[in-house]
Design a protein around this ligand. Structure first.
Ligand SMILES: *Cc1c(COP(=O)(O)O)cnc(C)c1O
Length: 462
């Protein structure tokens, strides 16, 4: 036993040291994926009857496997929606695991859920939703969107007139792919307004007016986007909210990426109307500096979500202890057993204060503006549209789609940067363009300049 204890302590120290090194390092390379065959060749069998030993396995991780991941927090990782979890949040992610909290019911996770709810109150306050609105942390934006859509559909079906009908949701083509995917999960149809730009009230009204009588009967919800993933565009939430109210439709705002910017004074007005939503999705693991995974769904009337999602009302009645009775996160989203995944956010908010969050988000927006100016000054570059939130779409004049992919590949291969092309719908054609998304406040102007400069070099033929 004694020997094992020492080994365990050594292992613990090694792992803590690794964690500290990893979150303190500023000069890491961006990792690169390898094929499964290649990885297998490098590490061999790892799951065996006797085990290969923690030290050996850990070395395999450090030497090969870790490097086959793209670090999301690298300051020159500007692809997709990157992330930049705070050190405080990451350290508390370790604490969350170590504390073994079951986060479904207050009865088992009161302390952890209390902390989650404190953080949630701040998020809800950013939306301006009325008193009584509340939310719950989910595994991400997809699960949050699904939970909200289920709530909307179940609420709609309360009315006998709609019991046998297949539901219909209106959104725009700028909406995130998860809306389309989750519509399949709940077996409802989606009608996409053909606009990748800002969806405005009049356009929604036109679409409504064009519906057949049966389609109108089946329609129960409109999903607007509070910051499209591709371009950072915020739909006309005010106009859409008014129509939803008038037409008695559930108004969902998917602000998985953009929601973090609700704390930024410079852009907060763009979200006006979000306070009228029936439900809102925000991903703290995107622009609220939480480690993966952490999404959130907020409801204007949480009791409707409870009606739709609660799995077992009677379970709690057996507990006499009054401390056992409280908020049960499982009642408001699709998951039963869950990690208290809002706990790292709570600790980070408590540590830094909400002003620091505001500043860090403003920096992302500012970096997008700075990048926009650099692009405008360069005769070989052109903005596709003005930067929106922290997204910048731009083109290298004269480049074909393969030039963008080659450039991305070369920069990634060098471990220098990850900036991927995207497609932008212009009239009826999709154009391949380059895209930045800024989240990490440690990204510097020099980083942006170096990336743009690398577009000016003569391309090496493949
Ligand atoms: C990222 C994103 C999602 C999906 O969120 P996950 O956390 O990846 O599940 C949904 N909607 C929007 C607008 C997003 O940007």
């Amino acid at each position: 036993m004694h020997k094992i204890d020492i080994e365990l302590i050594e292992m613990t120290m090694d792992i803590m040291k690794y964690a500290i090194d990893r979150i303190s390092s500023t000069q890491s390379k961006i990792g690169k994926p390898k094929t499964e065959e290649k990885l297998k060749e490098l590490v061999g069998e790892t799951i065996t009857k006797k085990g290969i030993g923690g030290e050996y396995a850990f070395n395999l991780w450090k030497k090969y496997l870790m490097k086959a991941n793209v670090s999301i927090d690298h300051p020159r990782h500007l692809a997709f929606v990157p992330a930049s979890p705070t050190r405080a949040a990451i350290m508390f992610d370790l604490v969350t695991s170590a504390s073994s909290v079951h986060g479904a019911y207050w009865m088992e996770g009161a302390g952890g859920i209390f902390c989650e709810n404190e953080a949630m109150k701040w998020i809800v306050s950013l939306t301006g939703l009325p008193k009584g609105a509340f939310g719950v942390f989910t595994s991400g934006g997809t699960a949050a969107n699904l939970s909200a859509m289920v709530t909307a559909r179940e609420n709609w079906r309360e009315n006998d007139a709609f019991k046998g009908e297949k539901g219909l949701i209106i959104t725009s083509i700028g909406a995130h792919s998860s809306i389309k995917a989750m519509a399949k999960v709940i077996d409802v149809d989606l009608l996409l307004v053909d606009s990748e730009d800002r969806l405005i009230g009049e356009e929604l009204q036109k679409t409504l007016d064009s519906l057949t009588e049966h389609q109108r009967k089946r329609l129960f919800s409109v999903v607007a986007t509070g910051g499209t993933t591709n371009a950072g565009i915020i739909d006309d939430l005010e106009g859409i909210a008014d129509i939803c109210e008038k037409e008695n439709l559930w108004f969902h705002v998917d602000a998985a990426y953009g929601g973090g910017a609700l704390s930024a004074d410079s852009v907060r007005h763009l979200f006006n109307g979000i306070e009228k939503a029936d439900s809102v999705t925000i991903d703290p693991h995107k622009w609220m500096f939480s480690p993966y995974d952490c999404g959130a769904v907020i409801y204007k009337q949480p009791e409707l979500a409870k009606k739709a999602h609660s799995q077992e009302g009677s379970y709690l009645d057996i507990f006499k202890d009054e401390g056992a009775h409280g908020f049960n996160p499982t009642d408001y989203q699709i998951q039963l057993t869950r990690r208290v995944r809002g706990l790292p956010l709570w600790f980070s908010l408590a540590t830094h204060g909400t002003d620091r969050y505001k500043e860090a988000v403003e920096r992302g927006i500012e970096l997008a503006q700075i990048a926009g100016k650099m692009i405008e000054k360069n005769p070989n570059l052109e903005l596709v549209r003005e930067p929106s939130l922290s997204c910048v779409l731009y083109r290298r004049i004269g480049w074909k789609p393969e030039d963008y992919t080659n450039w991305t590949y070369e920069n990634h291969k060098k471990g220098f940067a990850l900036v991927t092309p995207t497609k932008w719908k212009n009239k009826d054609e999709y154009e391949t363009v380059s895209r930045f998304c800024f989240i990490n406040p440690d990204t510097s102007e020099e980083d942006i300049k170096a990336i743009l400069d690398s577009m000016m070099e003569k391309r090496v033929k493949k």
